[in-house]
Design a protein around this ligand. Structure first.
Ligand code: DSN
Length: 429
């Protein structure tokens, strides 16, 4: 996708363009792609220019194994305050007693939780991946399912909702060391208090994986896992709108175990440029405008869900409470992957996804997963969601009819609306 009015990469990355024009051209193309498309992948976003700048600084030149005041390398005069700032801001934004901002991403963060609280072979419990969970919640193909005994809960077939009685029964039968709540394709509010009660009864550590909804929690648009969860794991780049990174948060009693598990248990030197960018994102998330953003993400998702339902789409659980919508395209007679690829050609970027009880294979599933974090960052509001639903409807129909002209037409309409709503962090004219 080209954006004719975008400046060339050499204007925005002059050193890179001079040194490595081939790579600079690819980055320029990605900038134009992100500017000109409607990005609906619910785990993606646009970071601010400030977050982007912090990510690309000389902080990345520095090794800092250890923690502030206790490093294995000298020259930490500036790095220690950067990490202390990120930690203090995480504690303030989420109201937690302890924060570790060093995990490289969500999967390593979750692995550190295993290292802190379980032994290989122990039973752990999480939501099954095809039901909306995450690989690292004990799913078989992941190290967490190979090195631990993963038992998995799901959603009810009739409601698409987690059945907490079923979770309780399983937890009491299996007595897992860890129980994970949260996931990657959950359109509904997570009842952290109920999960905590179950974990308490079963003698398990409750881990709330809030990667998808961290920004909503920070902005008060989803209930907080504090004080219910023993440990909170999150990435920082989804609704929280920070760099690609992660954090672990916990009550003070678990601080040592968590810190030891991250370093030296699992990782070496932290990525200081990412730590700085996390600090910036948390600073942004503490502002009243971020509350508005978080609430607008949810309002947009609800409006989009309603508009899709009105067009005959089948939504898992019947709608959404958060930023995410999971569509089962079986009634539309189009496989998820075919629809996702057609929508991509129409300038609408989504991902194909399994739906609960999917009769199709994970690499060719029945569903498409969409969300509103990115479009809300561009300032689109509830008034635009009928248009978005219309494009999706026409795109799915075009996929079924193999009508490339219809996709090309949608793509031009998408580009028009996007050019009127510049994305944060991207070059503008
Ligand atoms: N890959 C992330 C997502 O898209 O939800 C989860 O790890």
């Amino acid at each position: 996708m080209t954006h004719p009015s975008s400046p060339s990469p050499s204007e925005h990355h002059p050193a890179l363009a001079a040194e490595d024009p081939e790579l600079a051209a690819l980055i320029g193309a990605e900038e134009r792609l992100q500017a000109g498309t409607l990005r609906l992948i619910p785990s993606e976003n646009y970071v601010s220019a400030a977050v982007l700048e912090a990510s690309g600084t000389v902080l990345q030149n520095k090794y800092s194994e250890g923690y502030p005041g206790r490093r294995y390398y000298e020259g930490q005069q500036n790095i220690d305050p950067v990490e202390r700032l990120a930690v203090a801001r995480a504690k303030a934004v989420f109201g937690v007693e302890h924060a570790n901002v060093q995990p490289y991403s969500g999967s390593p963060a979750n692995l550190a939780v295993y290292l802190a609280f379980a032994e290989p072979g122990d039973t752990v419990m999480g939501m099954a991946l095809p039901m909306g969970g995450h690989l690292t919640h004990g799913w078989g193909v992941s190290a967490t399912g190979k090195w631990f005994r993963g038992v998995q809960y799901g959603v009810r077939q009739d409601t698409g909702l987690v059945d907490l009685d079923e979770v309780r029964d399983l937890a009491l039968k299996e007595r897992p060391k860890l129980i994970f709540c949260g996931g990657t394709a959950l359109p509904r509010t997570i009842d952290f208090a109920a999960f905590a009660e179950i974990a308490h009864e079963a003698g398990a550590v409750l881990v709330a994986d809030i990667a998808h909804i961290a920004g909503l929690i920070a902005g008060g648009a989803h209930p907080s896992p504090v004080p219910h969860a023993d440990v909170i794991s999150t990435t920082t780049h989804k609704t929280l709108r920070g760099p690609r990174g992660a954090m672990l948060m916990a009550r003070e009693e678990h601080a040592k175990a968590i810190d030891k598990a991250v370093f030296p248990g699992l990782q070496g030197g932290p990525h200081n440029q990412t730590t700085a960018a996390i600090a910036v994102a948390l600073h942004e998330a503490s502002r009243p405008s971020f509350r508005d953003y978080a609430h607008a993400v949810v309002a947009n998702a609800k409006a989009l869900a309603d508009a899709l339902l009105a067009r005959g789409f089948d939504l898992v659980s019947g709608g959404t409470d958060n930023h995410l919508i999971l569509m089962d395209l079986t009634p539309k007679d189009v496989p998820g992957k075919v629809a996702a690829k057609a929508l991509d050609r129409a300038g609408i970027v989504v991902n194909y996804n399994t739906v609960p009880f999917d009769p199709r294979k994970p690499f060719d599933p029945s569903g498409v997963r969409i969300g509103t974090p990115s479009l809300t960052s561009r300032g689109l509001g509830a008034e635009h969601m009928a248009t978005v639903a219309d494009w999706i409807d026409r795109g799915v129909a075009a996929a079924r009819a193999e009508d490339e002209d219809a996709l090309t037409k949608i793509r031009a309409e998408v580009a028009d609306l996007m050019s009127a709503h510049p994305a944060p962090g991207l070059p503008t004219d």
